[in-house]
Design a protein around this ligand. Structure first.
Ligand SMILES: *[C@@H]1O[C@H](CO)[C@@H](O)[C@H](O)[C@H]1NC(C)=O
Ligand SMILES: *[C@@H]1O[C@H](CO)[C@@H](O)[C@H](O)[C@H]1NC(C)=O
Length: 364
């Protein structure tokens, strides 16, 4: 049902529909057409999403309907190279893919099919045939800048010349959720799909530091901080209740593991688990890049896209970075009971992306 409704709205995206009465007619015609084909494409979408090997088979057999030249080239570069003589990076990407599929097979997820809304974190680059699932706190600002350069048709040259707040304006990039089911299906099948991940607890500490310890993030303090103080602090001061500006790391974790929090709705994307944002067991990612090897992995994706010579992926600012030591420091004030509950909350991200259990945790 959600698919039908969204299909109609997706087709009225500005820039895609002719203005005036033609538009109304097109809409009516589309609605009829969609009624007829929606079930069909939805079935196809689900079918694709459940069969991981379709993509590779399509590339090898070459019977794909209409992939752009670039996307075929990037997928071929990734998959059809001599599989007995892989470069180090090809080998590590292959083992990450295999690991992911293996964990997905052995841990059946409740979710069996995707709706377009599940794909709203996937950013589309039609020119280079790329789908990037953005995960906040994993260099996503720089990736969005790079996606703006890639899709900008020459408007932008240098990623870092784009202000960070510009990179987060939703209308500057297109989400896969904005397309119809058949358009989604075609892109999932023929584009290079990639995601960047990071040690789950380093990502979480990074989110806490950025959203709760910086005075400029007052919108987060009001939206989440006030609620956390109200629910998880004994005898809160009136100012803290009003501003939500001084949430401690422990209070933030109490909020995360409290079952009431998830009953109210999904987590904010900055601390939502990657498997909930990017659905790696249903979207079969071609490349799983890692924050720990960001520069090398990102440049490899750009090379696959045919833009490796033109674009340099920006280096991370070193000064305020959250490392394993930073995370260990934050967790040292958390008792084993909450450490265990938090670890079980993020467990799938550790498992799917092969992050070992942090040695600073006291899980027994
Ligand atoms: C593997 O590739 C490297 C360069 O990428 C090349 O020097 C080497 O000869 C190749 N080995 C085989 C067995 O093809
Ligand atoms: C998982 O990570 C470990 C290092 O922590 C590495 O040695 C191993 O090869 C990785 N496994 C896969 C399948 O990537």
């Amino acid at each position: 049902m959600a698919v039908t409704r969204r299909d109609v709205t997706a087709d009225s995206v500005p820039g895609e529909s002719p203005p005036g009465s033609g538009f109304a007619m097109k809409r009516a015609r589309l609605a009829r057409l969609l009624l007829a084909t929606c079930l069909g494409s939805l079935t196809m979408l689900i079918f694709y999403l459940q069969s991981g090997s379709v993509l590779e088979a399509e590339v090898i057999v070459g019977r794909n309907s209409s992939p752009s030249r670039t996307s075929r080239t990037s997928l071929q570069m990734l998959y059809s190279s001599d599989q007995t003589n892989l470069s180090d990076i090809q080998a590590s990407l292959k083992s990450r893919r295999e690991r992911l599929e293996e964990v997905c097979r052995s841990h059946p997820f409740k979710k069996q099919a995707l709706t377009p809304d599940d794909l709203r974190h996937l950013i589309v680059d039609d020119e280079h045939g790329l789908l990037y699932c953005y995960v906040p706190k994993v260099a996503c600002t720089n990736w969005k800048r790079v996606m703006m350069v890639l899709t900008g048709g020459g408007r932008y040259q240098e990623p870092l010349a784009i202000p960070a707040n510009e990179a987060h304006v939703p209308s500057h990039l297109r989400s896969l959720a904005d397309f119809s089911a058949s358009e989604i299906h075609r892109r999932l099948r023929s584009y290079l799909k990639f995601v960047f991940v990071r040690d789950p607890f380093e990502r979480l500490v990074s989110a806490y530091r950025n959203k709760f310890t910086r005075s400029y993030n007052s919108a987060f303090h009001r939206r989440y901080g006030t609620e956390i103080v109200r629910q998880h602090r004994r005898h809160p001061a009136p100012e803290a209740l009003r501003r939500g500006h001084d949430v401690s790391f422990a209070e933030f974790l109490y909020y995360l593991v409290d079952p009431r929090t998830r009953r109210q709705g999904p987590f904010n994307e900055h601390w939502e688990r990657v498997h909930q944002l990017c659905h790696p067991c249903l979207v079969h990612y071609d490349v799983v890049g890692k924050y720990e090897t960001l520069q090398q992995d990102a440049q490899y994706v750009l090379k696959l896209a045919g833009a490796g010579d033109k674009i340099h992926f920006p280096a991370l600012a070193k000064d305020s970075r959250t490392t394993g030591d930073t995370a260990a420091g934050f967790f040292s004030s958390i008792g084993p009971f909450y450490q265990r509950r938090l670890y079980s909350l993020y467990h799938m991200d550790f498992l799917l992306f092969n992050y070992s259990t942090p040695t600073y945790l006291q899980l027994r």
